[in-house]
Design a protein around this ligand. Sequence first.
Ligand code: PAF
Length: 290
Amino acid sequence: MQTVHSLDPLRRSVSALRQSGTGSGTIALVPTMGALHEGHLTLVREARKRADHVVVSIFVNPLQFGVNEDLDAYPRQLERDCALLEPEGVALVWAPTVEAMYPQGFATNVGVTGVSDGLCGASRPGHFDGVATVVCKLFHQVLPDIALFGEKDWQQLAVIRRMARDLDLTRPHVDNVIGVETVRETDGLARSSRNAYLAAEERAQAVTLPTAMKVAIAAIESGEPVGQTIAALEAALIAGGFASVDYAELRDAENLDLLGARSERPMRLLVAARIGKARLIDNMAVAPSA
Ligand code: PAF
């Protein structure tokens, strides 16, 4: 496994990978900000099944941090991350410096309107522009055949897919921006590094999130009114120990339009709620009406 920090060696390594091996030299990109955990490794394993070579990018992207978010406190542990990636068969780690990614005078912004608004976009102004800008650059730098992202950050995935579609990207094509199913604990709580902030009692209460979401989804799918169902979901979260609910919304799975009733298109129930020191997010599919 090779690790590179600037663009010229990256390009040389990527073209060497394309020409090496017995396969067609396909490349999968797994973009990350490092501090890797099991969720990232799941993406890497899925990437290995789908392509000949896996490139993992590790870059703490300043553009996606707000003024109140502590960019400096974000964990940077490249050596540990590389030690986790090597046994997974990753071919190349792309760990650019901030200067390599955003040279002096960098002035371009990739903004994706609509899907970036509301949900997590409401409390993090500019966040999804930062994500779209860096992912657009990563796509052009690595030129992967496919790229993989966790479905846990559904809004992020929707933003990236919309960008790939709107900009007619070919590496990867929008159809090859792949969402990988959320990894869950045995009780159903979505795995997240934020779960570590939960005290034992809060961790036990946190299971209310996936449980109440499943109840709400069953109600919506059986024709119960969406507004009432969402209100019941919010009440269940507060009764279950959550301090507040940032949002609980039914949205179109692709364009993220807010829905007041069940639709004939794929839908997603998306929730963000606070418990203890953690803000937990989750989302699940809701079956379209026939
Ligand atoms: O999900 C993340 O870790 C980041 O938002 C991403 C996609 C790597 C862009 O910096």
